[in-house]
Design a protein around this ligand. Structure first.
Ligand SMILES: [Zn+2]
Length: 667
């Protein structure tokens, strides 16, 4: 089957249909379309084009009230100035302000008539947007019915959480360049697929209230998800919050934000300040602009990932970004380069968020035409092109295989096994797969530079410590792209053994909540792809039985540091008692461990929100927020005992730890 020919045929059918001269029956057309869709990644750029230009496909609609934009400031001084100017314009010495997260998605206006969702329109140019109501009906956290009979208009932001973004990327072959891009693209997909991953967080409603903060309360009572809102009177507090969110909280949030919005709380004062150039004078966006910069692409390098995916990386003219010099940024995939005509000499906007590597997010000027590679940069083998990404499937590819080994080592936290070490062992011909690590003998180290007896001994100790593990950990370490730790847990919970997991079908997978067709298929084919690797490893690794204990069936998340144990050890204590360790807070979490429930941690805030909502609905709060002391009691020990243990261990380990950390220098 030649997928390109099928695509071409489908496009001919579309053209013919548009011209009023169909060349096939509707049924034949549907079958053909179905086939093409199945063989391309769901977000292949050409799928969106099938049949219709996406931008003209949705009906256009005029907003009842213009959806304006905001003035922006991006320094602390400018924030102070804006506050002073606003107070002066109001003729007051003091007033109340609110700060809200500026969510990084797409703006949406939603109307309800007689309590029923009647219309959802994107911002568009502010006057006219696209009516995407059928998709909006599937968005998460956007009620379709309200208890209010009157006409209700709501404004909010459609977005995709970091967690769901990872799932979508896995299912679509990393098609989207960031969560915002994915949210906006998916919301306008004609077939509505993935719409359920878009969630709507609201901030405005046509309710007659005195304050902006009251609007948020009304929205919440009506069942909407609302934007995080802080109330302040003092400019210093506003500045402090801005800095805290920008430097600390931002990476911990479940979704991306690109700033904060500062508003005068009083609606009357807002009206008094008025609107100038379509921008309300009573509010301003506080941007985190310093994390973007513009620079020139000097060349395009290629990296081969553990799955064989080739990632194009822009080598940049060095530029300052958030206090460090950036010289490269990811270009996402080859479709992105082509769509944006990026090449040597392009001026690109790069962005850095949290700990993730800098990425190209916008293109100011196009560059020299870029020719896609035809051979793997590492092994010289042939590449496969799926339209978005290129892949090297050569099992002997040095970069691909060493990255796979490196991933295993990272997941299992095997200290001292640096990237350099793996490359060295590869080049010596000693290690060609993850399984080979476990076949090494002391003889293999003879004659290798920089390896003394002590280091070799430490090496084998670490290997031994990873020769048995729980099945979910094993699955995560295999590095299957569409399998997160949550997915691994689901697999183990529902199918119990590796053999059973190997024969899971997408249909079985879809019976588990949270897995739709595409993600179920991605998981199953991903599992099959690592079958041989797993088989080889299972000759050396013993899978431990899940323990049954005080925490069986419970999920626990930790925020902030614990005084007596590290995160890894706490995780182990949870697992040893049969519980599951979670990295994020959600409705189904059982315990959140924190020594400071009032800290600014995003997890604390999220837990409070979940519990408050439940209480409001007359239910018991689902998440128990407990201290380190409570936690220790739960797992059958005490803080005092653990503190003593820690002291003893430090004494004993002082020499050994040093050796482990220094087997090889990190890259
Ligand atoms: Zn290769």
């Amino acid at each position: 089957m030649d997928i390109n020919k099928l695509l071409q045929r489908l496009e001919e059918a579309d053209d013919a249909y548009t011209n009023g001269k169909p060349i096939m029956t509707d049924l034949a057309y549907d079958l053909l379309k179905d086939k093409v869709l199945k063989f391309l990644p769901p977000d292949h750029p050409r799928i969106a084009k099938v049949g219709h230009a996406p931008s003209s496909a949705w009906p256009k609609e005029t907003h009842s009230i213009f959806m304006g934009s905001q003035n922006k400031v991006c320094t602390v001084d400018a924030i102070r100035e804006w506050v002073a100017k606003t107070l002066k314009a109001l003729g007051v010495k003091k007033t109340r302000f609110i700060l809200q997260y500026k969510l990084d998605g797409f703006s949406l206006g939603v109307d309800y008539l007689n309590g029923k969702l009647s219309k959802a329109i994107t911002r568009g140019d502010g006057t006219i947007g696209e009516n995407i109501t059928p998709n909006a009906m599937m968005f998460r956290r956007l009620p379709t019915y309200l208890v209010v009979g009157k006409g209700v208009s709501v404004r909010g932001e459609g977005l995709i959480s970091k967690e769901n973004y990872a799932k979508i990327q896995a299912a679509t072959g990393d098609h989207y360049k960031n969560p915002r891009n994915a949210a906006s693209g998916i919301s306008r997909r004609l077939d509505g697929s993935h719409s359920k991953y878009v969630e709507v967080v609201t901030y405005d409603i046509n309710a007659k209230v005195q304050n902006e903060s009251d609007k948020v309360k009304v929205l919440e009572q009506l069942g909407f998800s609302v934007v995080e809102t802080f109330v302040f009177e003092d400019v210093q507090e506003i500045v402090d919050k801005y800095i805290e969110v920008k430097d600390k909280l931002r990476p911990t949030l479940p979704y991306d934000i690109d700033g904060l919005v500062l508003k005068v709380d009083s609606v009357e004062q807002q009206e008094k300040l008025g609107i100038k150039d379509n921008r309300p004078e009573g509010q301003v966006a506080l941007k985190f602009d310093s994390d973007q910069a513009i620079t020139v692409v000097l060349s395009i390098a290629l990296q081969v990932g553990r799955t064989g995916k080739i990632t194009p990386v822009a080598i940049l003219e060095p530029v300052d970004l958030m206090g460090s010099t950036v010289t490269k940024a990811t270009l996402h995939n080859f479709a992105y380069i082509e769509e944006n005509q990026i090449g040597i000499g392009s001026e690109v906007v790069i962005e850095k968020k949290g700990d993730i590597i800098p990425q190209v997010v916008d293109v100011a000027t196009t560059g020299e035409e870029y020719k896609k590679p035809t051979k793997c940069p590492s092994c010289g083998g042939p590449l496969e092109d799926d339209g978005t990404n290129m892949w090297c499937f050569n099992p002997g590819c040095r970069e691909r295989e060493t990255n796979r080994i490196a991933y295993w080592i990272k997941v299992l936290d095997m200290k001292g096994f640096s990237g350099k070490f793996i490359l060295k062992m590869w080049d010596e011909g000693k290690v060609r797969s993850v399984g080979d690590l476990y076949k090494l003998t002391t003889d293999d180290f003879v004659g290798i530079d920089g390896l003394g007896d002590k280091k070799v001994k430490a090496f084998f100790e670490i290997l031994k410590s990873t020769s048995e593990m729980y099945l979910d950990k094993f699955i995560v370490a295999l590095g299957i792209p569409s399998v997160s730790s949550g997915t691994a847990e689901d697999l183990v919970k529902h199918f119990k053994t590796w053999d059973a997991i190997l024969s899971v079908t997408p249909e079985d997978m879809m019976k588990i909540p949270g897995y739709a067709d595409t993600s179920a298929r991605a998981v199953c084919s991903g599992v099959r792809d690592v079958r041989d690797m797993a088989e080889e490893l299972l000759k050396a690794i013993r899978i431990k039985e899940k323990k049954v204990g005080a925490l069986t069936g419970k999920t626990i998340c930790i925020t902030g540091a614990l005084t007596t144990v590290g995160r890894k050890e706490a995780e182990k204590m949870i697992v040893d008692q049969g519980g599951s360790f979670k990295n994020s807070v959600s409705r189904d979490l059982d315990y959140l461990v924190t020594n400071d429930p009032n800290s600014g941690s995003g997890k604390n805030a999220e837990a409070k929100k979940v519990n408050d909502l439940a209480i409001k609905a007359g239910n018991p709060p689902p998440i128990k927020v407990i201290s380190e002391k409570d936690f220790m009691a739960l797992v059958g020990t005490t803080v005092e005992a653990k503190a003593e243990e820690k002291k003893e261990k430090e004494k004993k380990d002082s020499g050994v730890t040093l050796v482990y950390n220094n087997i090889f220098e990190e890259d």
